[in-house]
Design a protein around this ligand. Structure first.
Ligand code: NAP
Length: 246
């Protein structure tokens, strides 16, 4: 389905990004597995994709650092040529009640979750614009829609992606390329493990489908947005949250 497409998935050594990278690889894309520090895990993702008959490379790069993103993009261009699909997935949390949040806690999250999106999109904008079926896919969160106790920094970045995505949708439209957000609910990954058990139980009570998402639940939607079938959809937020209200 994604034959001849080159896809960069930022932060795909673990969690949602890993599932997305594997799903895109399974569907014929050449996949770039980006990671910041988890080299063994990233190589394992590449091995998994290749074992299923796909093509992938692992490329290190801190998305928050513009120079590193530029270097990563030239490595990708040397390996695969132009990028068709950019999945801005890399993200972090530094959770604290606002009254305890320091300027540094605020900035660290903004630098990765929004700064990283700027850096990768800026460096690959021409690629996506000139691609036949270019796709910009930003991984937001239900927290960007609802807010969440102890996540003022994170919620701000995730709702910031809505305005960014809608604007990029307009600026890409003349080229036929699209920009969309996928907004997962709560997904069983290392990130959710940082949330205390009693808080997880409270969250679960708010999910009509009565379970947390798996990374695969999100990956299937990203694969759809990346596909030709989603070519007339742009500037949208796709909620994958088990029916949570927002
Ligand atoms: P995760 O399990 O913590 O994995 C995060 C991934 O991002 C890792 O591969 C990590 O690589 C990478 N990463 C972190 N900082 C990076 C940086 N500066 N540069 C490059 N890569 C970086 O997280 P996740 O739960 O899969 O979340 C993925 C995305 O989904 C995030 O944007 C998150 O906000 C969003 N999301 C998650 C949930 C959830 O409940 N889990 C819900 C809604 C939205 P290294 O291991 O190398 O650091």
């Amino acid at each position: 389905m994604l034959d001849d497409q080159t896809c960069l998935v930022t932060g795909s050594s673990r969690g949602i990004g890993r599932a997305v990278a594997e799903e895109l690889g399974r569907n014929g894309a050449d996949v770039v597995v980006n990671y910041r520090s988890s080299v063994t895990e990233a190589e394992d993702v590449v091995d998994t994709i290749e074992a299923e008959g796909g093509t992938a490379i692992a490329v290190q790069g801190n998305v928050a650092d513009y120079d590193e993103v530029e270097a990563m993009c030239s490595e990708i261009h040397d390996a695969f040529g132009s990028v068709d699909v950019l999945v801005n997935n890399a993200g972090i949390t530094v959770d604290k009640k606002f009254e305890n949040m320091t300027r540094d806690d605020w900035q660290r999250v903004l630098d990765v979750n929004l700064g990283g999106v700027f850096n990768c999109t800026h460096c690959l904008f021409d690629d996506i614009k000139s691609a036949d079926d270019g796709r910009l896919i930003n991984i937001s969160s239900v927290v960007g829609q609802q807010g969440n106790y102890g996540q003022a920094n994170y919620a701000t970045t995730k709702s910031g992606l809505f305005g960014f995505t809608r604007t990029l949708a307009l600026e890409l439209a003349s080229s036929g390329s699209t920009a969309n957000c996928v907004a997962p609910g709560f997904v069983k990954t290392d990130m959710l493990e940082t949330v205390p058990e009693r808080v997880q139980e409270k969250i679960l009570q708010r999910i009509p489908l009565d379970r947390f998402a798996t990374p695969g639940d999100v990956a299937g939607i990203v694969r759809f947005v990346a596909s030709e079938d989603a070519g007339y959809m742009t500037g949208q937020i796709l909620a994958v949250n088990g029916g949570m209200e927002w």
